[in-house]
Design a protein around this ligand. Structure first.
Ligand SMILES: [Fe+2]
Ligand SMILES: [Fe+2]
Length: 150
């Protein structure tokens, strides 16, 4: 059973892709803050998480689109579902429902490990392969020389 008193980084979240790993450390810190904020700080913690989520998902979505990543569809859909939930949670919080924010934080704790393991890991591999594959290798054929000897 998940310990709901804190959300901490686990080594199995690491993907070996520096900017994604940095962003995921930030995600864990934001969700931990959301989980542990006092009632008076919930709105601030939710706004911080919303800022983070827009940058985090925005960067991943952009890299999927820019590289025409084949599995982008459901990955982008998962991100937008979380962003939509933030708006719904903010509306409920503005009506005084503080517990909905902590329930949301627990839902994010359950959602994140699987999202990283399946979707973000696939994207990290794709981006790394592309980066390595994109290093310039120039093979010059001696076409003219060959043609000249024929
Ligand atoms: Fe991510
Ligand atoms: Fe993602």
């Amino acid at each position: 059973m998940t310990d709901v008193s804190e959300f901490a980084w686990h080594d199995e979240f690491a993907l070996g892709h520096q900017s994604m790993d940095d962003m995921h450390h930030e995600f864990v810190a934001c969700v931990h803050a959301l989980l542990t904020a006092s009632d008076g700080h919930l709105r601030h913690a939710l706004d911080d998480f919303a800022d983070h989520a827009r940058r985090h998902f925005g960067e991943e979505d952009a890299s999927m689109r820019e590289t025409t990543y084949g599995s982008a569809g459901c990955h982008i859909d998962e991100h937008s579902a979380v962003l939509k939930s933030i708006d719904e949670v903010r509306e409920r919080l503005d009506k005084g429902h503080t517990q909905v924010v902590r329930a949301f934080a627990r839902a994010l704790m359950d959602w994140f490990p699987e999202h990283v393991r399946v979707m973000d890991q696939g994207l990290a591999r794709w981006l790394t392969q592309r980066r390595l594959g994109a290093s310039p290798i120039v093979i010059q054929r001696r076409r003219h020389a060959t043609a000249a000897t024929l």
